[in-house]
Ligand binder design. Structure first.
Ligand code: ADP
Ligand code: MG
Length: 243
């Protein structure tokens, strides 16, 4: 479903991703953990083509990009293969919850307004936000905004959803409702890549955990193995510092 091969990315001469190769199967839930600054967000941004890697190959759902030679159209095509959920929700502030979802359907998918509204309402119901359909983001809690953001990411029917620390901006009592929505998506076999510091959640939801440090994949494996029984000293040091 998703394949990254030998991805390199630098910012102003500083190597942020150093030869990262990752495969993700259809229906798989992959959790990425690692210290701040290790390149996790950059990796997700490369997957979503918000950044184009300096070199390497990206393939998502049969669509590929050769980073040595590509067109802007190819970048847009590949970006449409994944939906992204950000730490700070990034909703359109001047649009209602429903309009946040229908915007992409009307503009990108050329859907009629009424058809887009139907899809939007179904998705809001899925994340438990139908009652707030006509509310603006500022009137919603962080947890509610994030659930709208998840519905929006689902709207374009992407091959995979990418989550960048979806709960780290939330008040502790709002974390559960967002994790609950993600767990429900996992039950439905939604392909997901999730960057998080919530280790209990990772153990519960992940099929596989990838530990990154200094722009590289240090190790990957079953959540139990990486989070509870790793014998890698870098992984162990990171996990110790979390508790
Ligand atoms: P993480 O998400 O693991 O905390 P990031 O991918 O955000 O790590 O960042 C990795 C490194 O790349 C950091 O040192 C960060 O400062 C740098 N970086 C990320 N994005 C940019 C950018 N657009 N311009 C310059 N440096 C960046
Ligand atoms: Mg980050």
């Amino acid at each position: 479903m998703i394949e990254l091969r030998h991805i390199h990315k630098s910012f102003s001469g500083k190597k942020v991703l150093n030869n990262v190769s990752i495969n993700i199967a259809k229906g798989e839930v992959v959790v990425i953990i690692g210290p701040s600054g290790s390149g996790k967000s950059t990796l997700l941004r490369c997957l979503n083509l918000l950044e184009v890697p300096d070199s390497g190959e990206i393939m998502i759902g049969g669509v590929s990009l050769n980073t040595a030679s590509y067109t802007q159209k190819e970048v847009f095509n590949l970006r449409a293969q994944t939906g992204m959920v950000f730490q700070n929700y990034n909703l359109f502030k001047n649009k209602t919850a429903l309009e946040n979802i229908t915007e992409g359907l009307i503009v990108v998918k050329k859907m009629s307004k009424s058809a887009a509204n139907e899809v939007g309402k179904t998705l809001l119901a899925k994340v438990g936000m139908l009652e707030q359909a006509s509310q603006y983001p500022i009137t919603l809690s962080g947890g509610q905004q994030q659930r709208v953001a998840i519905a929006r990411a689902l709207a374009i029917n992407p091959k995979a959803i990418l989550f960048d620390e979806p709960t780290s901006a939330l008040d502790p009592e709002k974390v559960y409702e967002v994790l609950h929505v993600i767990k429900e998506l996992a039950k439905l076999k939604t392909t997901m890549v999730i960057v998080t510091h919530e280790m209990e959640f990772a153990k519960e939801v992940a099929d596989r955990v990838i530990f990154m440090a200094d722009g590289q994949v240090v190790e990957e494996g079953l959540p139990e193995h990486v989070i509870c029984h790793s014998d890698n000293p870098i992984t162990r040091k990171f996990l110790r510092q979390l508790t």
